[in-house]
Design a protein around this ligand. Structure first.
Ligand code: BGC
Length: 245
């Protein structure tokens, strides 16, 4: 089954057709920089441009970096506040003239990892965390997703966890791997205490450098790096849109 996957990120909007049976992308991804400011109408134009690039008329799965329920965006931590209350699904559908499903970006990445990556064969409570501009989360209970968990906004020492331990903070403050790992460790201990997970899957671009920080953690729960890396959002978005077929 072929579905177009689109991943909306803070700096780029990327898309590619995906074979949802094998979890592979069928072409090179097409990337367009995210408009700044990233108002709904401007982002929708770019999303439509990606569908046109692939001459796409079939189903499309799309990620969005916020709470998304039935297509409606309910938060805006790292995106333009105008998104709150916007029906992203209806907006993209109208601009691109294709059927859309829109899901939270970390949920999409988690879905891809569970089906084709680090989560294959894992049951129980699995938590995927993506460390990037923010911290995204996807919670699975016996492989079923509990959507929109937003664990990046747990409060640690009076601050949103993502304002202490995201990869953006590591880069902006030029933290050493040791210093950053301390913050990630403190955060994971808290998540571990609240959920007693069986497995953490650590994703986001920084997971490519997992050997620099995963060995420094002293949590009880096994923590393994994501495997799908840059493809996770696109592939997970496409899988989420299988309901349209
Ligand atoms: C948002 C989440 C998103 C995460 C990663 C957070 O700030 O609230 O919805 O999944 O960033 O992009």
């Amino acid at each position: 089954m072929q579905i177009l996957g689109i991943d909306i990120g803070g700096s780029g909007i990327k898309g590619a057709p995906v074979d949802t049976i094998t979890g592979t992308m069928l072409t090179e991804r097409h990337r367009i920089p995210t408009p700044q400011p990233s108002k709904p109408s401007d982002v929708a134009d770019v999303v439509a441009e990606i569908t046109r690039h692939f001459n796409w008329t079939g189903p499309v799965g799309c990620t969005f970096p916020a709470i998304v329920k039935e297509g409606v965006v309910h938060s805006a931590a790292n995106v333009d506040k105008e998104w709150i209350g916007t029906n992203s699904q209806a907006l993209f559908q109208e601009r691109a003239d294709c059927p859309f499903v829109v899901v939270n970006d970390a949920d999409a990445a988690g879905i891809a990892e569970m089906e084709f990556g680090a989560g294959v064969g894992h049951t129980g409570v699995v938590i995927m965390l993506t460390f990037g501009t923010g911290i995204g989360s996807a919670l699975f209970v016996n492989r079923i997703l509990v959507p929109n968990t937003e664990l990046g906004h747990l409060e640690i020492r009076g601050k949103d966890a993502e304002h202490r331990a995201s990869d953006r903070i590591r880069q902006e403050r030029d933290l050493s791997w040791e210093k950053w790992a301390e913050k990630v460790n403190e955060y994971l201990h808290y998540v571990e205490f609240l959920f007693s997970p069986d497995l953490f899957i650590i994703g986001g671009g920084v997971s490519k450098k997992h050997d620099r920080f995963l060995p420094l953690l002293d949590i009880r729960t096994p923590a393994i790096p994501a495997q799908m890396l840059n493809d996770a959002g696109i592939v997970g978005a496409a899988i989420s849109a299988r309901v349209l077929v």
